[in-house]
Design a protein around this ligand. Structure first.
Ligand code: ADP
Ligand code: MG
Ligand code: MG
Length: 874
């Protein structure tokens, strides 16, 4: 039988889906014998039925009447009775807490007659009229939709408690004028309409927006709790308060909370009156205080977690009005989990379950001390967390120049492109006026661990004048700003920084009591628990060393691109411009020694651990100068009547020759190696010689060669043949046996779909989920943000960016096929992932489930991946 109403005495916390969080916990407190004012819960099922049809479901009215009758009998009073009225509260409470989103109505049952009854039975005239005006106010705004400011204004004109009766007159006039109806006098009607209003509050605009942001499903509905009123506003021996069983900011045990004497409901949080610290209650009401402490202990033991509590004292008697497992800061989450495990309240597995990767990431960044900082200059999207200050610069070159001179800089751009990379490397923080969490700036900054705020729309940049303006405030190049990437805020001037002890722990292994110790012990348990391996994406020996300190066991992706940049760009140009084989060979030979040095240093930093080196991937023209720039240079030389630089002319024609309409789908990856003679041999030789050197030096190099953008097994076979030939040659020359596994990236749908064939040629797979997402969706990662992405997110067509959290339905399916069919063809095939997703908590859980061997992510995300890999294995 469908039931729409359930008494507090019938349920428990396991029924949160049906009763909502608040209702389930009210029932739970009732069950364990805490003093909860009696009441019942109208279920989420009733709400869903109401929202679907627009009217109360059949049977709800009868069930409500029955439960009300039971309540009245037990209390010996009737709802709204003129002589001795029972009063009720109607409280919303959904499955997931949605603070401030939905409604509560107190003191239901008061009317022109029962207000006198309440005055007599309580012996407190002002209280009765104050309660009545509260009812009209809450009912008026919530149920009748009247602007709350009208009531607040009237209240401000009659602040004196002795004027409450007149205030009721004012309020009733407001209701009459605004709605054309009288404030309803029938208590049953008040109750019915309040329940209905709470149902409807599920679908208010702000509730919808909140749910979209928090990823709460739209179709759950809310429960409604109907509860006997208790009064904290009955004079000085009454009051109301909130309490936490531990400090939600630090996790420290103690008595935390606020208390307000002679007050009701929202008075505590509204800030209208000054609360006192909860510890004061010991002096005011020693007995209530002792009782409250005992209940708090019981609740913590029962829920085995930090609880927050709402309570009311009515004439010296303590009532519990709400509890739930409380929200907490990242620091408190780690400390509480470790404390509870130490106390034996939970085991260490459960402790892991109580913390998360994003919380850990937050703990790794320095913070600003914002006390005395004033208002932020501008707000934007918190795209990459952390805090940093520096001098404002507007382009990459200036950033690099000042950074080289030892200055700290903040790169400010409309949006960033790959050309801004050197500037982003040089800067402490990046600020853009356009784009969101998946813009180029955001993705790259997160990867590098740079602070980033994007889409700060109020920032108007004037690159020519080298300044930006926010609402008339002008900030010139060289002035200092502070960027808070965790909060998405920008401040003028330099704010003091508080370093992160957790980051210091990962960097140095230095432990100290408190949050660091909690993190350290949870990480130790995580490493003992997880099955997934964790590697890092690192291109330089410094990154490799850091990754190792952060707990990476190997490198899953070493991009060789940067080895072709900077000074060596000229050598690459020479290779591209080569007109015959001997010219090309000379250019390639010049590239060999520096590459070999780089690989040797990498292998040394990761001695004894696998290092996956990817052959050159990006289109070659990325190593050539910009087309427009070159064309302008050549044209202006000609216009000036002179001869353009012949090198420029050759470069220009090369750039034009190599132009592609879709370079990301063009001549890149394995295709490049197969059509540019000598390119693979150069890289493999550099790798092979580095391995030989390390072997001769007594090291333990474990290199793996990885081929990007493979579509067919034939491509891979051709590369493999060449690798084998080159390594055989190197072995002969060096006098040591150099071999290395050759694997492929799976980053094109075709490769995933033909994984069985490809596996026949591959020693391992590495899922390149960035390109795989791009090609599966047909979404250009570099362009999509600027065009329609935010619109899609806003309209709910996309919930997340598939470039941040792996799209399980589509891309995930391809991943599954690649893993299953690859391993069917080659049992035991090693499979890892090296896209951005390797450090994303949700995605890591998926990679664990499909049975990957490891994930690889940027060094800063390594601790996050270690933790989440363990949580996935619980
Ligand atoms: P929220 O979900 O916004 O916290 P609540 O349903 O908890 O809303 O109600 C807000 C406040 O109203 C409570 O903290 C409590 O102080 C007061 N309140 C609710 N029900 C009662 C009641 N039965 N008796 C006295 N006060 C109540
Ligand atoms: Mg509450
Ligand atoms: Mg790729």
């Amino acid at each position: 039988m469908v039931r729409y109403v359930q008494d507090f005495t019938e349920g428990g916390r396991e029924q949160a889906d049906l009763l909502g969080g608040k209702g389930a916990n009210l029932a739970e407190m009732t069950r364990i014998g805490l003093p909860v004012p009696p009441g019942f819960t109208v279920t989420t099922q009733a709400c869903r039925a109401y929202l679907a049809t627009g009217s109360e479901p059949e049977g709800l009215e009868r069930e409500l009447a029955e439960h009300l009758a039971v309540l009245e009998r037990a209390a010996g009073r009737r709802l709204g009775d003129p002589d001795d009225p029972l009063l009720l509260s109607v409280r919303s409470g959904a499955r997931h807490s949605m603070p401030g989103m939905m409604e509560t109505i107190l003191d239901i049952g008061l009317n022109d007659a029962s207000v006198h009854g309440l005055a007599r039975t309580s012996g407190h005239e002002d209280f009765a009229w104050d309660s009545y005006r509260r009812l009209i106010q809450m009912f008026g705004t919530t149920v009748m939709g009247i602007d709350g400011a009208l009531f607040a204004g009237a209240l401000a004109r009659r602040p004196d408690p002795g004027q409450r009766r007149l205030l009721v007159e004012d309020f009733r006039r407001i209701v009459r004028e605004r709605t054309g109806e009288e404030f309803p006098q029938d208590p049953a009607e008040q109750l019915r309409r309040s329940v209905r209003a709470v149902f409807s509050s599920w679908n208010t605009e702000r509730a919808r927006v909140y749910r979209r942001r928090e990823h709460i499903p739209e179709d759950l509905g809310t429960a409604v709790n109907v509860q006997t009123m208790v009064f904290g506003n009955l004079g000085p021996d009454s009051g109301t308060g909130v309490a936490f069983t531990r400090d939600p900011a630090t996790g420290l045990q103690g008595v935390y909370g606020d208390y307000l004497a002679d007050a009701q409901g929202e008075d505590v949080v509204s800030g209208a009156r000054n609360t006192v610290p909860l510890a004061e209650l010991e002096r005011l009401h020693p007995e209530c205080y002792a009782q409250l402490c005992e209940y708090m202990e019981r609740l913590e033991r029962h829920y085995r977690d930090l609880c927050d509590i709402e309570f009311t004292i009515e004439r010296g008697r303590l009532w519990m009005l709400q509890t739930r497992v409380g929200k907490r800061t990242a620091e408190a989450a780690f400390r509480i989990a470790a404390q509870l495990a130490d106390e034996g309240t939970i085991d260490w597995d459960e402790a892991l379950d109580r913390v998360g990767g994003e919380q850990l990431a937050r703990l790794m960044f320095p913070r600003f001390d914002t006390a005395g900082a004033g208002e932020p200059l501008a707000h934007g999207v918190p795209a990459s967390p952390g805090a940093a200050s520096g001098a404002v610069v507007f382009d990459s070159a200036e950033a690099a120049r000042r950074a080289a001179a030892g200055e700290k800089v903040v790169l400010v751009r409309g949006e960033t492109t790959p050309d801004d990379l050197p500037g982003m490397v040089a800067a402490q923080a990046v600020l853009t006026s356009r784009g969101g969490k998946t813009s180029h700036a955001a993705v790259v900054a997160r990867g590098m661990g740079r602070v980033c705020v994007c889409g700060a729309e109020a920032v108007e940049i004037d690159v020519a004048a080298r300044r930006f303006t926010v609402d008339g405030t002008v900030v010139a190049e060289g002035e200092t700003v502070s960027v808070d990437g965790s909060a998405g805020a920008v401040y003028l001037g330099e704010l003091p920084l508080v370093g992160s002890p957790v980051m210091r722990y990962f960097e140095t292994g230095e432990r100290q009591p408190g949050v660091v110790d909690a993190v350290a012990r949870l990480m130790e348990h995580a490493d003992a628990t997880r099955r997934l391996g964790v590697r890092a994406n690192a291109d330089t020996p410094e990154d490799a060393e850091r990754a190792r300190r952060f707990g990476a066991r190997g490198i899953g992706l070493c991009r060789t691109e940067h080895m072709f940049l900077g000074e060596r760009r000229r050598l690459v140009e020479a290779m591209i411009l080569a007109e015959d084989d001997s010219e090309r060979e000379k250019a390639l030979a010049a590239l060999l020694p520096p590459q070999r040095e780089d690989f040797t240093a990498m292998l040394e930093a990761m001695d004894g651990l696998p290092v996956t080196i990817r052959l050159l991937d990006p289109p070659l023209h990325e190593f050539l100068p910009d087309h427009t720039e070159l064309a302008v240079r050549v044209a202006s030389a000609e216009a000036a009547g002179g001869e353009p630089d012949p090198h420029d002319v050759r470069l220009l024609s090369a750039v034009e020759r190599m132009h592609e309409h879709n370079p990301m789908l063009g001549l890149r990856g394995v295709r490049l190696g197969l059509v540019v003679p000598g390119l693979i041999a150069l890289q493999v030789r550099a790798v092979g010689e580095a391995v030989a050197r390390r072997l001769r030096a007594g090291g333990d190099p474990r290199v793996e060669i990885m081929v990007p953008l493979v579509d067919t097994s034939d491509e891979l076979r051709l590369v493999r043949d060449e690798v084998d030939a080159v390594l055989a040659e190197v072995s002969r020359e060096a006098g040591v046996e150099v071999t290395c596994p050759v694997g492929t990236m799976i980053e094109l749908p075709r490769a995933a779909l033909t994984a069985d064939r490809i596996a026949a040629e591959a020693d391992f797979f590495s899922l390149g989920t960035n390109d795989l997402t791009q090609t599966t969706w047909g979404l250009s990662r570099d362009d999509v943000e600027a065009s329609f992405f935010s619109d899609y997110l806003e309209r709910g067509i996309l919930q997340d960016s598939p470039f941040e959290t792996l799209d399980l339905q589509g891309v995930g399916r391809l991943v599954r096929i690649a893993v299953e069919e690859g391993r069917a063809a080659r049992p035991g095939l090693k499979v890892g992932v090296c896209g951005e997703h390797g450090g994303d908590p949700e995605s890591v859980h998926f990679f664990h489930q499909v049975g990957l061997d490891y994930v690889s992510c940027s060094p800063f995300r390594v601790p996050v991946a270690r933790l989440e890999a363990a949580r996935a294995a619980l």
